[in-house]
Ligand binder design. Structure first.
Ligand SMILES: Cc1cc2nc3c(=O)[nH]c(=O)nc-3n(C[C@H](O)[C@H](O)[C@H](O)COP(=O)(O)O)c2cc1C
Length: 362
């Protein structure tokens, strides 16, 4: 098998070219004391860069709104010490020859206010007027502004781009999904209105970082609350979601699926990344059980491991032009040098993933 084409560079925009098509997926690890990046975290990312990935996407970093973060272990840019810690991560990754984006998010209703920083602040969601978590229009604007402010810090730190986490049922996705957004104002009631929050976030981030700084957007059909959820029930609905985001300034869509080889809609072999690429013409990343025998949700929920499997399905979809980049999660936890080994055709040396590996940063 030859995977040579995965090792061709890819130009994202005038400022950024990636050396190959392999990306480290964003993964919450929360293993850094007080969420201050330390030497162990620096080495965790540097070793994946040394191991050959072209692009690293960090674990999610909360935007600068008091209702955004999860707990004391989850990253944000709230102090100078944390900012300096992330600068050290970026420096180390650059020295090893890779690029790095920061994933930024707002937890939405997945946040347990009692355990989070700012416990006096309630968690917010799109919700229904009159419900406890209902985000007022003023709060919505504050959160949109916080995405802009945080993206500006991302750029100042020296990251090569920013990924907005619009997937998996967190705040942006709660706005996108009709099962969590019951609003009757400008932010709900139709696809156009449900996309408005995400679109205004992309617009403000674009304004904050300027025209040359790459913006990624992570999108998923599935939610942490419901694996079979469908944000878009058909291609037309998907187009109504991704087109305004693309026009607002997204350079790259990270299409989160749990099994990359599954077709997204009946009647076409295209996966989510394939559809989004066709609809927007933008760069897409595919992800989900690449080279592994089980899904990551099984690893997180029931501690299941995953064995190594062939990359032939990946190769054939890539040749069909469905996506430009491939993200890897657990493969890179188990094998920091997964990319180098694959390039050397050394697949026999790859380690299986064991859920115990999630307990430490190595
Ligand atoms: C431990 C762990 C934590 C994760 N945390 C996040 C996260 O914070 N943000 C996100 O967008 N995806 C997260 N994911 C999903 C991964 O980005 C990726 O989509 C998933 O692991 C599928 O890739 P894999 O099958 O190669 O592991 C996480 C996955 C794992 C294994």
């Amino acid at each position: 098998m030859s995977l040579e084409e995965f090792f061709l560079p890819l130009k994202i925009n005038a400022e950024l070219t990636l050396k190959n098509r392999f990306v480290m997926a964003p993964m919450t690890r929360n293993l850094t004391p007080e969420a201050i990046p330390d030497e162990e975290l620096v080495e965790y990312f540097a070793s994946r860069a040394r191991g050959g990935v072209g692009l690293i996407i960090t674990e999610p970093i909360a935007v600068s709104h008091p209702s955004a973060n999860k707990d004391g272990f989850s990253p944000d840019f709230a102090t100078e010490e944390k900012i300096q810690g992330w600068k050290a991560v970026v420096r180390a990754v650059h020295i090893e020859g890779a690029k790095i984006f920061a994933q930024i998010w707002h937890m939405g209703c997945d946040r347990d206010a009692t355990k989070a920083p700012n416990p006096e602040i309630r968690s917010v969601s799109p919700s229904k007027s009159g419900e406890d978590n209902y985000a007022t229009v003023e709060e919505i604007q504050e959160i949109i502004d916080a995405f802009g402010e945080t993206a500006k810090i991302v750029k100042e730190i020296g990251f090569d781009g920013v990924e907005i986490h619009g997937a998996h049922g967190y705040l942006i996705d709660e706005f996108l999904w009709d099962k969590t957004n019951y609003r009757t104002d400008n932010f709900g009631g139709s696809i156009k209105n449900r996309v408005r929050f995400a679109k205004e976030i992309v617009e403000i981030v674009r304004k904050a970082v300027g025209s040359d700084f790459p913006i990624g957007f992570r999108i998923s059909q599935w939610k942490v609350q419901d694996f079979s959820a469908k944000l878009a029930k058909n291609p037309d609905e998907l187009k109504q979601i991704v087109t305004p985001l693309s026009e607002a300034g997204v350079d790259m869509f990270h299409c989160s699926t749990r099994r990359f080889w599954e077709n997204e809609f009946e009647g076409s072999p295209l996966n989510l990344a394939g559809w989004v690429k066709m609809m927007t013409g933008k760069t897409t990343i595919t992800v989900g059980s690449v080279g592994l025998t089980s899904m990551f949700t099984e690893s997180l929920l029931s501690g299941k491991g995953a064995d190594i499997t062939s990359l032939s399905k990946l190769e054939s979809k890539f040749r069909d032009g469905e996506f430009d980049l491939v993200a890897l999660g657990r493969s890179l936890i188990a094998n920091p040098d997964w990319v180098n080994k694959v390039q050397e055709n050394n697949l026999g040396d790859l380690q299986s993933f064991d859920a115990e590996m999630l307990k430490y940063l190595k």
